[in-house]
Design a protein around this ligand. Structure first.
Ligand SMILES: [Zn+2]
Length: 442
């Protein structure tokens, strides 16, 4: 018997023993799958899993019904626990209206309104971590805090500001936001503001051709204080200028590579390489329309889907906050109701085919791409849950383990997964803090 044949026989015997009587090729496959799941579980439990972008409304966080309960949201503490998610950045997000729709948008009244909304969100996170669930979750202000709180078995909350619009024209507010706990800040959201051009300029035209003079000052102030410069939602020119200007590594808290999905919200290869040169990290996000280009549904398909949803009392499945509501309503259907709904969907797919939304594999394809282009040290993970994020397979925080499982399936090692799930981001946080210390000395 050749060594190869002996090895094969031994493997078979081992598989027989492991699988027990009645084993077959199928049992061998399933035991290989079990081993993979077991390996992924061990890694998932060991590494710090950090999601850098989750939206919330203050009412859900600290209201009568709040995130200690399983609300109909993608993120909440029960989902976080079920999915083995250890840490998250709550997004202190405030949108802005266009100047044409709101003449006050870039006047003191508009800034004041936005600032108050941001403060309300900062206060809600503080109350949640200090009063509502202090035994379960704690606010971290640096990477050392994240590691310490995680080691104590508690969940970790951090805060990042989405949209520098909220600081108005008062640069002192950057320091105020730092003192309130902000550890990243994106200069823009959708639509240009007083600091920078947004990616929406590819459709609307440009205001500053990158950063405004105040925006440049804000980058310096973020560096000086130790807040990570977040380039998500910025235009390419704004982003490249931030990369050139920043004295510390920059991040994209929730973005995706444009090479795989050509939308202005994503980052092209030149941008990703510039981000890498700063020592920074792109947190690839599970946002379906940034992951996969799909054709809109035909009117016939849209109407048939809407009719099926109506028949089963299901809400719209897309839009901010909707995926979780949809999932919750789906779970409430009886077994018969669910089977009937799925039969109708299959029939609709046959009669009026459409493009399915992005799934977990499409999402991890983006991680693979970014890793190949800029290296394992410069890529991380974000969901954008409750802000429009979620893909089939990672559609709420309770499904977070699926991401690790898919990474293990693709051959990523524990060390690599540790970097993707938070190690890289924490390294950047450490660097940003160290550089701020140096800048403050000078
Ligand atoms: Zn966003």
């Amino acid at each position: 018997m050749s060594r190869h044949a002996l090895h094969a026989l031994l493997s078979f015997v081992i598989a027989m023993i492991t699988a027990g009587p009645g084993s077959s090729t199928l049992a061998q496959t399933s035991s290989a799958e079990e081993a993979l799941v077991k390996k992924a579980r061990a890694i998932h439990e060991k590494v710090i899993t950090l999601d850098t972008h989750i939206d919330f409304s203050p009412g859900d966080l600290v209201g009568e019904r709040n995130y200690t309960q399983r609300l109909e949201t993608q993120f909440n503490l029960p989902n976080m626990i079920d999915g083995g998610l250890d840490a998250l950045f709550f997004s202190i997000y405030v949108g802005q209206t266009r100047e044409a729709q709101n003449p006050d948008a870039f006047k003191p009244a508009g800034y004041e309104r936005a600032y108050k909304l941001a403060v309300e969100k900062f206060d809600a996170v503080l109350r949640f971590t200090r009063e509502i669930a202090p035994d379960k979750i704690e606010l971290a202000l640096n990477a050392a805090d994240v590691r310490r709180i995680n080691a104590q078995g508690k969940k970790v909350a951090l805060m990042g500001v989405e949209n520098g619009y909220t600081i108005g024209e008062d640069i002192a507010r950057v320091k105020e936001f730092y003192d309130r706990g902000a550890r990243y800040l994106s200069l823009t959201h959708n639509g240009h503001n007083q600091l920078a051009d947004s990616q929406t300029g590819e459709r609307d035209g440009w205001k500053w051709n990158g950063l405004s003079p105040l925006g440049k000052q804000v980058v310096g102030e973020l560096n000086r204080l130790g807040i990570m410069v977040d380039v998500s939602h910025a235009s390419k020119q704004s982003m490249m200028q931030m990369a050139a200007l920043s004295r510390a590594p920059i991040i994209a808290s929730h973005s995706a590579p444009r090479a795989l999905c050509d939308v202005s919200r994503n980052m092209d290869d030149e941008q990703l390489l510039a981000l890498k040169r700063t020592g920074g990290v792109i947190q690839v996000f599970a946002y379906s329309s940034s992951i996969k280009t799909t054709r809109p549904d035909s009117p016939e398909r849209a109407a048939a889907l809407a009719a099926a949803r109506k028949e089963h009392n299901l809400p719209e499945p897309t839009g901010p906050g909707q995926p979780a509501r949809f999932q919750a309503a789906l779970k409430k259907l009886s077994a018969d109701g669910r089977a009937e709904y799925e039969k109708q969907l299959a029939e609709i797919d046959k009669q009026h085919p459409g493009d399915p939304p992005a799934n977990l594999k499409d999402f991890v394809d983006h991680i693979d791409y970014a890793v190949r282009l800029i290296g394992i040290d410069h890529v991380g993970i974000a969901s954008d849950f409750d802000g429009g994020g979620g893909v089939i397979g990672w559609n709420d925080a309770s499904e977070t383990f699926n991401v690790t499982l898919e990474l293990v399936r693709r051959g990523y090692t524990e060390q690599q997964i540790e970097k993707l799930w938070g190690g890289n981001l924490l390294r950047v946080m450490d660097a940003v803090q160290r550089i701020a210390g140096e800048l403050q000395k000078n």
